[in-house]
Write a protein that binds this ligand. Structure first.
Ligand code: MN
Length: 703
């Protein structure tokens, strides 16, 4: 049976698509019975940003949201939420299910442009092998697996379609590819506003080709038209408007070709106008900004004479990665990576048009110095390269059966390490089910205009589950914002509670009165302090707080304990001088041994029971407080606190239920987090418990 090309292409696409989907269902099969990964009968979202998009989807479906609630629907990043809300309308599934499976479905569409690219080179076998590889290769899989609800699910599919359409445009000079390329860019820009640099690189590459053609005295009209269409699609205008302009231009081109081709001048003018508008509307600003970002990285940030800690250095994605990890991320194995590099050179030599893959490959390789997240751009390109190599090798064999056997074996060999990654990768989650339960319960208690104060990591999930406002989140956590949240979590209840009220009311005033400046400097000047430190000290006394406009809750999850140290850094700085304070002491032994005289807490930390002293680093100190927590008959947490020497620096805490010791210094011991979460020792005039569980505690502010 001989199939015609079209039927073959469609069958290969369907096969590769189903392959990609089935591989992505492996974790679902692995963890189907694991209830703590699920909420409302569906697996949880695996990324923090996913909750941001999910919040936006919820708001779009509801048709309303609160003013200044930081919902994604008011930003230019709403695309994924818009797509999800649309799917919600046409499919009969619950939101959580659509969100969970969407990445698997859309990211698998990558097989279409890859197979079409193979076909455009008249190498369908290569396209097919590349499609299998590209769909599940390490980093692409990790960032598009079920539950990874983020723009990644189309971030590679859309430029891969653009690549396909540009390859065909250059190869065939057919008009339709002008339109397809422009529309793809418009969709890509809607989907991912940061797509900018990649589009710019594509335009630049074709620009260089035009210059080359010009000096070789070749006809440049088509490519100039192509680049003009692309630039128009890239202008910072409303997407619908751009779409209309592109379609109208295309119609003019079709019926009045003279305007474009015979009268060359009009083409040049159009190009010049497009290029001008492109620059004028802020065309290269993002690139300039990016370059600045790379060059000027520092660990503190100065605003209005105050020094804050920048979060940049603590983000893993923004740091460079070792070579083998980089290679694994792109190809699944270092040997496959090296062979792909060889295949790439051979492929480009045989098909010069494949130079068009350079922007994506280049962006992928940027991650070697700038962190993991960009590796996915190189995945489909190296998949094409290794597939080319495999196809060339198997073509050396004349016997058809042997040839396809070799092709299959080599394909399985490159897929194997990537499938192993899928199996080992499991089902990552951002927050555990029990936290979702707490937040869902809080939704029924808190008002939509109320604030929930928490470290920024929890901002998006809190807003998704509780439908409340937050001060910080995954997109809003600069040094001066983190300073205030850090201050609240790591200071004594009396100061922290006042700062909670101040922070929230100043946040609302910022929006209502369009007030500039940082909250902290505004607070200090409103209270008549020139010295910021004196203002912070004044919080220990009775100050008049701003009018209470809403309720405020504070969210304290157990897992925050592990990041307490990092959280503390943000407010443990002298704002005037930028000098960092002494680091707080937290020790959490993983085991201990107790005898009649001592409790050995490992690593040379020993508590002497009779004398009430503790040895740390071979030095012996008095203990300040020894606190033991236990649950009474009613399941209520009680703590027994014995003060040995109030002037001493170290405190020993024992959670008898968890059989866990802590050794902490006084600042940690007295902090809001420690007192309210670990000991439930809240000041009844300042806080009231709202939801108390082992995994997370919520208190309501009473002032
Ligand atoms: Mn809201």
């Amino acid at each position: 049976m001989v199939l015609n090309t079209k039927t073959r292409i469609i069958s290969l696409i369907i096969f590769a698509f189903l392959f990609s989907i089935l591989i992505r269902l492996i974790p679902v099969y692995q963890f189907n019975d694991t209830e703590h990964l699920k909420f409302n009968n569906e697996f949880l979202i695996s990324t923090g940003d996913g909750y941001w998009r999910a919040e936006g989807t919820r708001d779009l479906i509801a048709g309303f949201h609160q003013k200044n609630d930081k919902s994604i629907v008011d930003t230019k990043y709403a695309s994924a939420s818009q797509l999800t809300a649309f799917i919600m309308k046409i499919l009969p599934f619950q939101l959580e299910t659509i969100i969970f499976y969407m990445p698997a479905f859309f990211s698998s569409l990558i097989v279409i442009p890859i197979i079409l690219i193979g076909n455009s080179l008249k190498r369908l076998d290569m396209g097919f092998v590349a499609a299998l590889m590209a769909s599940i290769a390490w980093s692409y899989y990790n960032r598009t697996m079920v539950g990874h609800y983020d723009t990644d699910l189309l971030n590679i599919v859309l430029p891969a379609f653009l690549l396909w359409s540009l390859i065909l445009a250059i190869q065939t000079k057919e008009d339709k590819y002008l339109l397809i390329s422009a529309i793809d860019i418009i969709i890509y820009r809607w989907w991912y506003p940061q797509s900018y640099s990649l589009e710019f690189a594509f335009v630049g590459l074709i620009g260089i080709y035009i210059i080359y053609q010009f000096f070789k005295k070749q006809d440049i009209n088509y490519n100039l038209t192509l680049i003009t269409f692309m630039l128009i699609a890239m202008i910072n205008l409303d997407n619908l408007l751009k779409f209309i302009i592109v379609v109208i231009l295309f119609i003019i081109l079709k019926i009045k070709r003279d305007l474009f081709i015979k009268y060359l001048s009009s083409l040049y003018i159009l190009f010049a106008v497009a290029f001008f508008l492109f620059i004028y509307t802020g065309g290269i600003d993002p690139i300039i900004l990016k370059l600045k970002g790379y060059i000027f990285q520092s660990s503190t940030l100065t605003i209005g004479g105050l020094h804050f800690v920048t979060p940049m250095q603590t983000v893993r994605e923004a740091t460079s990665i070792p070579f083998d990890l980089f290679a694994n991320r792109i190809s699944g194995h270092i040997i496959i990576f090296i062979l792909s590099a060889i295949g790439y050179i051979l492929m480009v030599r045989k098909y010069p048009v494949m130079i068009l893959t350079l922007p994506m490959l280049g962006l992928g390789f940027l991650s070697y110095s700038n962190g993991l997240r960009f590796t996915i751009y190189a995945v489909p390109i190296f998949a094409l390269a290794i597939a080319f190599l495999i196809s060339e090798l198997s073509n050396l064999v004349k016997n058809n059966i042997l040839k396809y056997s070799l092709l299959s074996i080599l394909t399985i060999a490159i897929l194997a390490p990537n499938i192993k990654n899928v199996i080992d990768n499991g089902m990552p989650i951002n927050l555990v089910k029990d936290e979702a339960v707490v937040l869902d319960k809080l939704k029924g208690i808190a008002n939509r205009e109320d604030y929930v104060v928490a470290w920024w990591d929890y901002g998006y999930p809190i807003r998704y589950y509780c439908d409340v406002k937050t001060l910080t989140d995954g997109g809003q956590h600069t040094g001066y914002e983190n300073f205030l949240t850090s201050f609240i979590l790591t200071n004594k209840q009396s100061q922290a509670s006042k700062m909670m009220r101040l922070n929230v009311e100043y946040e609302e005033i910022k929006y209502a009165k369009h007030r500039g400046g940082t909250h902290i400097s505004n607070m200090a000047s409103d209270y008549g302090f020139k010295d910021i430190n004196k203002f912070l000290t004044s919080l220990q006394s009775d100050i008049k707080l701003p009018k209470k406009t809403r309720d405020i809750y504070i969210y304290l999850p157990e897992r925050m304990f592990n990041t307490y140290h990092t959280i503390k850094l943000f407010s443990n700085i002298n704002l005037n001088t930028g000098v960092k304070g002494t680091e707080s002491f937290i020790y959490k032994p993983t085991r201990y041994r107790e005898d009649t005289e001592t409790i050995d807490l490992d690593n040379g930390v020993v508590v002497h029971k009779k004398t009430g002293k503790i040895t740390i680093n071979k030095k012996t100190y008095f203990i300040n407080n020894i606190a033991t927590t236990f649950y009474d008959k009613n399941g209520k947490l009680q703590s027994k606190i014995q003060t040995i020497n109030p002037k001493a620096s170290f405190n020993v805490v024992f959670l008898s239920k968890e059989k866990q010791f802590f050794v902490v210094d006084n600042s940690v011991y007295n902090s809001l987090y420690f007192q309210l979460f670990i000991l439930e020792n809240y000041d009844k005039s300042l806080f009231e418990p709202t939801i108390i569980t082992d995994i997370a505690k919520v208190y309501k502010l009473k002032i």
